[in-house]
Design a protein around this ligand. Structure first.
Ligand code: SAM
Length: 294
């Protein structure tokens, strides 16, 4: 791909950025300007301010080639977060690898719901026990630990590579002393009770994966997406093991998924939803807070 060179062999940084954005726009990418800015900045090792400050500088040939290489990856639908290897979640930077889902902004709804429960019992200063089932990059667990200074927690995953990434993120965020990670089937190896259990499990119905955007279908790990024939396999496992993880005072906060179908799983598992679902910024029911049935 010679996006920048084809238009001008030695463009300025600003001109190269505009050329890449135009290319992305023609490809129908959703956020062409933002993607171009992030990729050009990454290729040049600049932050937002540096990119602006140096916008009139002429690119070297090597810099032009580096930008072109990253633009080619994005045109092949690799998400920007995977190309640059980092995604911001809850204001924190999470490194990613091939085994981790790119944390989604809507998943912050789970963090908000969990913190609301903590705040209702004035629990931020308590030594809470937190568990994150299917932790991936560690996004949910580490976001919660960043808000709860005395809390400790476990993140589980089936993928050792994902757990390695989560551990690295815990270290980078200064949270490693309070975060442990272990390989197991959701909560199977954990000993309760926990004060807060959170999970954003895989919830795409198996046959729906083929129709997902290539950014997700090709680049997110299958283990992070595939929820089985009806998208509910993980919810069945998690709800059936929730009893050993919860106390009468504690909560399980689930990312949704299919609200009605998940609510119907609860009674047989001895669980009940508290209040309605919490909605994300797009107005979609995104998180459900669940307790043990009295
Ligand atoms: C949708 S991703 C969520 C990742 C992360 N919690 C987030 O919100 O960005 C689901 C995660 O569950 C993990 N997973 C899938 N099946 C699992 C299982 N049976 N036990 C534990 N983790 C599992 C996947 O590897 C993946 O990291």
């Amino acid at each position: 791909m010679t996006a920048t060179a084809a238009l001008d062999p030695r463009p300025s940084i600003a001109r190269a950025r505009r050329a890449v954005a135009q290319l992305f726009r023609r490809e129908g990418l959703a956020t062409p300007e933002l993607d171009a800015r992030l990729l050009v900045a990454h290729a040049l090792g600049l932050d937002h301010a540096g990119l602006a400050a140096q916008s009139a500088r002429t690119l070297t040939e090597a810099e032009g080639d580096a930008i072109a290489a990253l633009a080619a990856r994005r045109r092949a639908r690799e998400p920007v977060a995977r190309i640059i290897g980092v995604k911001e979640f809850w204001g924190l930077d999470f490194k990613l690898n091939a085994a981790t889902l790119v944390p989604r902004p809507e998943t912050e709804t789970v963090v908000e719901a969990a913190l609301d429960v903590v705040d209702r019992s004035h629990g931020r200063g308590r030594a809470l026990r937190v568990a994150d089932l299917g932790t991936g990059s560690g996004a949910l667990l580490l976001a919660l630990l960043s808000e709860l200074p005395l809390a400790r927690g476990f993140g589980t995953d089936l993928s050792p590579e994902a757990l390695g990434c989560a551990r690295d993120n815990a270290v980078a965020l200064g949270l490693a002393a309070r975060a442990s990670f272990l390989a197991c089937d959701f909560g199977s190896a954990l000993e309760g009770p926990f004060d807060i259990v959170v999970s954003n499990p895989p919830y795409v119905a198996h046959d729906d994966i083929a129709s997902l955007a290539p950014e997700v279908r090709v680049f997110d790990p299958r283990l992070a997406l595939d929820g089985g024939p009806d998208g509910l396999d993980a919810y069945r496992t998690i709800t059936m093991t929730a009893r050993k993880l919860l106390s009468p005072e504690s909560v399980l906060v689930l990312e949704l998924g299919q609200l009605g179908a998940i609510e119907r799983l609860l009674p047989a598992a001895g669980l009940v939803a508290i209040g309605g679902p919490r909605h994300d910024l797009l107005g979609i029911a995104r998180a459900l807070v669940v307790k043990l049935l009295p």
